[in-house]
Design a protein around this ligand. Sequence first.
Ligand code: GTP
Ligand code: ZN
Length: 212
Amino acid sequence: MNTGRAAVRTRVRIPLRFEDGTGAEAEAITFTGLPDGLEHLVFVLGDPGPVPLVRLHSECLTGDVFGSARCDCGPQLREAVGRMAGTGGYVVYLRQEGRGIGLYRKLDAYALQDGGLDTYAANHALGLPEDARDYTPAAQMLDALGVRRLDLLTNNPDKVAQLEAYGLQVRERVRTGVFATETNMRYLRAKVEHTGHSLNLPGGLDAAGLAG
Ligand SMILES: Nc1nc2c(ncn2[C@@H]2O[C@H](COP(=O)(O)OP(=O)(O)OP(=O)(O)O)[C@@H](O)[C@H]2O)c(=O)[nH]1
Ligand SMILES: [Zn+2]
């Protein structure tokens, strides 16, 4: 581990109850010593075991909380919690709204997308990086929890590459479900074409060619 150190600050029980009647017993963990001063946190579900299933979930207020159909974030988060309620695991919730550019600027980017740009071109048009996320805090939190090897629930190859660069061993990349709708299809297609996300979209586009 070559990223500096974080330590557990507080562990607190949070029962999760969803509107569809499902739920899970979770524990929220906060940290000291994180490098960017943001309030990232980890939700522990069930018994994660020695090689836990982990999701690094970047904050999306519009999708996670308000059910926005422009993206797939809300369903991905529910999927991760639902899966881990059974198998155990960690949802690492990263305060990286808008792939790290923040909420207001993400909404600026949405406005440009409504004028025709794709999700990455819109960031460029604002003079911003297309993906500003650094997973150092995630690696530090996992390290503080004693996680060295893990299975990562993601379609994003950059998350795997960054965690491995920080010295964590990703045993397996587990794909998230495909939550494609008419409204978010253009966004998902851009992720596959531009950053090699492994998503089996209707029409057969899957840059990584992984088995579903
Ligand atoms: N800048 C910008 N950010 C967006 C847009 N749509 C969604 N986001 C943000 O993108 C991030 C999505 O993160 P993740 O759920 O981790 O998705 P991912 O990087 O595709 O990786 P996996 O879901 O793990 O495959 C969240 O922070 C959203 O707020 C957009 O059009 N522009
Ligand atoms: Zn989203």
